[in-house]
Design a protein around this ligand. Structure first.
Ligand code: DAT
Ligand code: MG
Length: 150
């Protein structure tokens, strides 16, 4: 089953939106695999955003992600990576589709509430960075056959 890494960033935590994010992913049909509420070290921030090193917004991005605790999660389901990114909405909130989290709850790219992996390769790396294999819960729900075709 495809897995993806999701963060409720510090703004989402401070604004009391952890439940809203989880609720929307549950409602979508995705299955929670792991979750941990934690602060973000400088090292973790650098590794999460390594691809953005050198960009003009990099320092601000690191300050933002380290500015308070985050809710780190792994979710799974068919097309989980694309489904979660769709539920989150486009990076820039003013370009996010109505009904997406970023559209419904944010305005600025530097306060866009959530992070989600953008490819199978990134998902694998991000899950390994934040969780150990024992943290990942292998389980099923009675409703799964009504949500997952296979
Ligand atoms: P996403 O978070 O949608 O995967 P990304 O990986 O391109 O987007 O960028 C990571 C984060 O960096 C993004 O959530 C907010 C910030 N960011 C990206 N582009 C930016 C820009 N042009 N100005 C300011 N912040 C930016
Ligand atoms: Mg990204």
């Amino acid at each position: 089953m495809e897995k993806t890494f999701v963060l409720v960033k510090p703004d989402g935590v401070q604004r009391g939106l952890i439940g809203e994010v989880i609720s929307r992913l549950e409602r979508r049909g995705l299955r929670l695999v792991a979750a941990r509420f934690q602060p973000v070290s400088h090292n973790m921030a650098e590794r999460l955003y390594a691809v953005h090193q050198g960009k003009p917004f990099y320092d601000g991005l690191l300050d933002y992600i380290k500015s308070g605790p985050v809710m780190a999660m792994v979710w799974e389901g068919p097309h989980a990576i694309a489904a979660v990114r769709q539920t989150m909405g486009a990076t820039r909130p003013i370009e996010a589709d109505p009904g997406s989290l970023r559209h419904d709850f944010s305005l600025e790219v530097g306060r866009n509430l959530t992070h989600a992996s953008d490819s199978i390769d990134t998902a694998r790396k991000e899950i390994d960075l934040w969780f150990s294999s024992e943290d990942l819960v292998d389980w099923s729900r009675d409703l799964d056959p009504w949500i997952f075709e296979q």
